[in-house]
Every structure is written in C-alpha cells, then in structure tokens.
Design a protein around this ligand. Structure first.
Ligand code: 13P
Ligand code: SF4
Length: 296
C-alpha cells in the first residue's frame, strides 16, 4: 500500500499534509506534518495538483479556501472538529450587534461561514499576536473559551470569550497534573492553550502543537509531560529519540483525528475523492480573514 501511495502521488502530482494528531502510519507517509498554522501556510504556497489533507474538516476547508485551483481531498469526510460546530454564522452576526465596538476573531477551528463573518482568523500558534495587532480595545473571540481566556492574560484588551471548547483538552484537570508530576518530577509540563485556565496555571509552557516540538528541541530539559492530544507524542519521540515524552492523560484522544487510515488515503489518491469545496461567495470572505492572519 505504501509503495502504491508513493507511485500514485507522483502520477497525480499530489502532496500529503498531515496534522500532528494523525495516527503514526499516516504521519510517516505525509510530505509535511504540522500544526494548523503551518498547514495553512504550506497549503497556500505548495505547487501541486492535489492536496490530500489528513486532519479534520476545518483544516481541509482552510486549504481549499487558500488554494481554490487545487483539488483538496479529505480522505475521511466525517472527520469533523466538534468545537468548530459550536458557533454559527448567525450567532456571530447577533454577537456583533451586541458588541458593536468589538473586532471578531475566529479560531481556525471554525466553519468557513464563521470565518466569512469574522474580521480575522487565528490559530493557537499566533492568537496573542493576532489579537494584539487589532486597533479595537474590545475583541470577541469565537468559539474556544479557553483560548480566549489564555489570550486575555497576555493582551491589553477586553477579550469577550464564546462558550465553545475542545472536549479533548477541556477534560484535563489539575489532578492529572499532580499525578503526572508525581510520576515524573524532573519533567517540564507543556500544555495547549485549549486547556482550562486552572491547568494552564500549573504548566511550565503553553504552546501550539508544533510549538511544543520547537520548545522541546531547544530546551536543555530531557523529559516532558505533554498536555495535548496524544498523537503529538509520535512526532516528538520520532524527532527527539534521546528525550522522554509522557502524556498528561492517556485518555487524550481526538476520535475524529484518528479516522484517517492508510487505506482511506490510498483510496482517495486513486479516486481524487471526497473533494472539499467551499462555495466561492463564502470562500472570498473567509479568505480575507485567513489572509489577514497569514500577513501577521
Ligand atoms: P494546533 O494548531 O496547535 O495544531 O491545534 C489544532 C487543534 O485542533 C488543537 O486541538
Ligand atoms: Fe477539534 Fe479538539 Fe480534535 Fe482539535 S483535538 S480537532 S480542537 S476536537
């Protein structure tokens, strides 16, 4: 199957992009593995006919919005981020009436329709820089409440959070930190900004998924407790075999990120399906919000 994937990739002029949470065999097959920001940047600049996106719906949609002339294929169409469904375009329009002075920042984990209603997009890697760059004093952030509360700690603005959350990160508790620290007293705790404030308070560092890899490489520390989805551990262990990485909780699994398999990938390469298409009327407005973010 792996040989056939390599052969078809050449024949179809395809590139495989995979998020850090994908299952190990999919990560190992990918041309590029990264966080949401890196994957959007890569999708915008790569030269190819087909992008096979191994991740969840909003990531493939973002790639399709940025590269309207490429075929963007999501091998498993039911791989959806539940948090992205926690705010609708109508709700953003209503919230704008409630907070007419506020800029609207949408986390990239949102639908294309919500991006189209927002002033600018952000990812976990750049949320603080994006919010700081805005002229308004008031900023409404959708849909992740924990990310908004994390950003609010670092900017001189009034950040109004929405009430969405990621069920994988929101499940970490201070008790998980106490247990992991007891088992690994020398380790640094790195967490994702989608974690609850009380977990962030106990962490040594807060990073996007790829930010964790960059930090661990640069750090003199050799042991880390990782407070994010556990697919991340594969990349960390592969890139730094001399260091130790432990999960903050063994339950931190995003079911949708695990739906993409090598056989689905092969099937998508063969058929060029299922394609992700965003209606141009929405894509034009969503692209504005994403490109503003990429400019920052
Ligand atoms: P990153 O952009 O940090 O990879 O996060 C994406 C995500 O879905 C986190 O749950
Ligand atoms: Fe969505 Fe959470 Fe899965 Fe990330 S880990 S894709 S935020 S459900």
């Amino acid at each position: 199957m792996i040989q056939e994937i390599h052969r078809l990739k050449k024949e179809k002029d395809a590139v495989i992009l995979a998020h850090n949470y994908q299952i190990p065999p999919v990560q190992d097959l990918a041309d590029f593995v990264g966080d949401s920001l890196e994957l959007s940047r890569t999708a915008a600049k790569i030269d190819c006919t087909m992008v096979l996106f191994c991740g969840v719906d909003f990531m493939a949609e973002t790639a399709a919005i940025l590269s309207p002339r490429k075929d963007v294929v999501l091998p498993e169409p039911s791989a959806r981020c539940p948090m992205a469904q926690m705010v609708t375009a109508d709700q953003v329009r209503e919230a704008r009436e409630l907070y007419p002075e506020a800029s609207v920042v949408c986390y990239v984990n949102s639908t294309a329709e919500v991006k189209a209603e927002s002033d600018i997009c952000c990812t976990s890697a750049n949320a603080i820089s994006v919010v700081s760059s805005l002229p308004n004093r008031q900023v409404l952030m959708v849909p992740d409440e924990n990310l908004a509360r994390y950003v609010a700690r670092h900017v001189d603005k009034e950040v109004i959070p929405w009430n969405g959350y990621c069920y994988v990160h929101d499940r970490f508790r201070p008790d998980d930190v106490l247990k992991a620290r007891r088992l690994h007293p020398q380790a640094e705790l790195l967490v994702h900004p989608e974690c609850r404030p009380e977990v962030i308070d106990l962490a040594d560092g807060v990073f996007s998924t790829s930010g964790m890899a960059r930090h661990a490489k640069a750090s003199r520390t050799s042991e880390f407790i990782i407070g994010t989805e556990n697919g991340m551990l594969h990349r960390l262990k592969k890139e730094m075999p001399q260091k130790e990485f432990y999960p903050l909780s063994t339950d931190a699994i995003c079911q949708n990120m695990k739906k993409t398999t090598v056989d689905k990938l092969l099937n998508s390469l063969r058929t060029g399906q299922p394609k992700v298409e965003v209606p141009e009327a929405i894509a034009v407005r969503a692209r504005r919000a994403i490109e503003k973010m990429l400019a920052i």
